[in-house]
Design a protein around this ligand. Sequence first.
Ligand SMILES: Nc1ncnc2c1ncn2[C@@H]1O[C@H](COP(=O)(O)OP(=O)(O)O)[C@@H](O)[C@H]1O
Ligand SMILES: O=c1ccn([C@@H]2O[C@H](COP(=O)(O)OP(=O)(O)O)[C@@H](O)[C@H]2O)c(=O)[nH]1
Length: 232
Amino acid sequence: MKTVVSIGGSVLVPDLDAGRVEAYADVIGSLAAAGHDLGVVVGGGPTAREYIGAARSLGANEGELDQLGIDTTRLNARLLLAALDEDLASPTVPTDYEEAAESLHRDRVVVMGGVVPAQTTDAVSAALAEYVDADRLVFATSVPGVFDADPNEDPDAERYEEMTASELVKLVARGESLGSAGSNAPIDLLAAKVLDRSGIEAIVLDGTDPRAVERAVLEDDYEGTRIGPNHD
Ligand SMILES: Nc1ncnc2c1ncn2[C@@H]1O[C@H](COP(=O)(O)OP(=O)(O)O)[C@@H](O)[C@H]1O
Ligand SMILES: O=c1ccn([C@@H]2O[C@H](COP(=O)(O)OP(=O)(O)O)[C@@H](O)[C@H]2O)c(=O)[nH]1
């Protein structure tokens, strides 16, 4: 099975803790041992937002801020690679999907960060999943799914158990035109559109405990939102 796992910066590096990174590496190792080829995409987390905030106050434009964010995601990708067995994963962080696909073809695991400005690693994860014909995409984030409003802002927000990709596009489009660099959202608009056109099944779950990703991939046991292909 070929699976893409998007590890939000908020769950991999909410602060710099080697033990948490190692726990994620252990899950990736056990998924690979279970026969999954894995494309792993890592977010920027608070470090990205610190650099983006500082550079914004210095007058950098949104494209330059996005590039700072991308560089931070790649730093986090290297951190995760440091915890993975070197015979398991490609030692370098690909900067585009062709490189990532070549690595995945050669190794069991490839780890990458951002690619281009004006999106987030959610879009990278969806585009990578489409590019390598993944069977499934798992978004490990800091909330247990997609809600009808930000659950951290609205206590009455309700979680979707399941939704189609086109329903997700409408929901996300309602919330943002294009998020500014460093903005927070469970899935960005481009990612939703790629899921819509590719028909790849995705799951959004709380990845604070990396074992939630393991249970979801190995046993289809998860609490979150399933984003399925549109009803034909
Ligand atoms: N409709 C929504 N459903 C779920 N989470 C939402 C929604 N709108 C905004 N959010 C916020 O998005 C956050 C997840 O995005 P982000 O912080 O960027 O995580 P990640 O590190 O996984 O990219 C959640 O913590 C939540 O506060
Ligand atoms: O392909 C990408 C990936 C990331 N980013 C920038 O890097 C930041 C951090 O990435 P992301 O938001 O995905 O990190 P996370 O939300 O997981 O911490 C984003 O907000 C964007 O500003 C980007 O411009 N292009």
